[in-house]
Design a protein around this ligand. Structure first.
Ligand SMILES: Cc1ncc(COP(=O)(O)O)c(C=O)c1O
Length: 419
């Protein structure tokens, strides 16, 4: 019989060039907004113009007192950790499964990242976090992985019970909610990336959120300096005398990036509503395929669906390895992959052999072993990551057709198809 799968030479389901989802969506109004900013100013050293406008809108959107724009999500995380005054001997519980920048700024502050394994959705497990608390623990950092909120109410309660700060890395989850409340508003601080494909995109940029004035001043001092710090840190505040230099870093966002994000923000909820509809359709259909499980967030959670991370269980699916399924889907034209840079942090040399990069780490600095976090490792090995369209029903249908086709003809993916 002639092969049916594109991997074996048959006609693919899709014939569309990649990437399938251009993000952020650039409309004529988006271009006009950026051009208007170009004609206004391209450097803003204080909290004025598009910077003030976007920060005000973000604070209102997330329901917090302060939003500070930064050059990246990494810079936002660095600023948030610095604002807590972390230093040598302090420990921060952080997810074992995330993008490295959730934890890597801690190296620069010499506060140790204590990695904690995840729950079945890939998010920080509150029980494992509690078990990792020591007298040196100062904070809990949590990522809402792939836009599916973590168990944030439990983590908030845990942080309060032990007198710890809670920091949300909401980079994947801008606009996601738990019990109707935006993620990013549960932490003492939140950091959000606005890099390229993120739900709220500035191309490049970041946001720090906080309700706490003191933390706000310290976030400013970390990366905004001079005019902005002189104007905003009160003259009688003990840190005001550092306003001209700050702590020596400059982490401002570019005004053109701010203009891009400001133009996206009013549409974010509509985009996410569209993604939720199509994610629901994808989950409903994929649930029916042997050996696949889809994320099942609780009912009070509305994810941003930054990606749909599907779990493949080869043992329930004729033993076909996950990478073969990915290859087969890609051959059918599906924009699917296995996560690369978002992975168990213990895989990275920075976390398992940090000294050549950071020769002067404090005594007792953790050295992780690849494979140390069994749940994160198992999830990561078997994840198929799909983009979730916000308005492209035809693309969603094509993806689902490709899955069905592969499942129907999966014997072609066996090493010995006659077996
Ligand atoms: C979970 C998470 N945190 C932080 C970052 C860092 O953000 P940025 O690339 O804007 O520095 C990313 C970026 O991909 C991310 O996925």
């Amino acid at each position: 019989m002639s092969p049916q799968l594109a991997l074996n030479g048959a006609t693919p389901v899709l014939n569309r060039p990649l990437p399938h989802l251009a993000w952020p969506p650039i409309k004529p109004a988006t271009t006009a907004a950026v051009i208007a900013q170009l004609a206004t100013t391209v450097s803003i050293p204080d909290r004025s113009g598009i910077i003030a406008e976007l920060e005000d809108k973000l604070a209102a959107y997330f329901g917090v007192r302060h939003a500070v724009l930064t050059s990246s999500g990494t810079a936002a995380l660095h600023s948030a950790y610095a604002a807590l005054g972390l230093h040598d001997g302090h420990e921060v519980l952080a997810p074992a499964y995330t993008f490295h920048a959730t934890a890597s700024p801690l190296f620069h502050l010499r506060a140790s990242p204590v990695l904690v394994d995840c729950d079945p959705l890939g998010n920080l497990d509150p029980d494992a976090a509690e078990a990792a608390i020591t007298p040196r623990t100062r904070a809990i950092a949590v990522t809402h992985l792939w836009g599916v909120p973590a168990q944030i109410e439990r983590l908030r309660a845990l942080a309060d019970r032990y007198g710890l700060a809670l920091i949300e890395d909401a980079s994947h989850a801008a606009g996601a909610t738990v019990s109707g409340r935006k993620v990013g508003s549960f932490g003492d601080l939140a950091a959000i990336s606005m890099n390229g494909p993120k739900p709220l995109s500035a191309g490049e940029g970041g946001i720090v959120l906080t309700n706490d004035d003191e933390l706000y001043y310290r976030v400013l001092l970390h990366g905004q300096y001079n005019k902005r710090c002189r104007a905003e840190i009160p003259a009688e505040h003990p840190l005001h005398r550092y306003a001209v230099t700050g702590t020596g870093l400059k982490l401002r966002i570019h005004p053109l990036a701010a203009a891009l994000a400001a133009e996206q923000l009013p549409r974010l909820d509509d985009y996410l509503a569209g993604r939720r509809t199509l994610a629901e359709k994808m989950r409903a259909r994929l649930r029916g395929l042997a050996g696949l499980t889809v994320p099942e967030p609780p009912n009070d959670v509305a994810p941003s669906w930054y990606a749909l991370a599907i779990q493949h269980h080869p043992e329930q699916c004729d033993g076909i390895p996950t990478h073969r399924v990915v290859e087969a889907l890609q051959a059918e034209g599906v924009d699917v992959d296995q996560p690369g840079s978002t992975r168990p942090l213990s895989d990275h040399p920075l976390f398992n052999a940090p000294n050549p990069a950071f020769p002067n780490l404090p005594e007792g600095w953790p050295r992780y072993r690849p494979g140390q976090f069994p749940i994160a490792d198992a999830l990561h090995r078997h994840t198929l990551k799909l983009p979730v369209p916000h308005d492209d029903d035809a693309l969603t249908e094509d993806y689902l057709t490709a899955f069905t086709k592969i499942w129907t003809h999966r014997h072609e993916l066996k090493e010995d198809p006659t077996a």
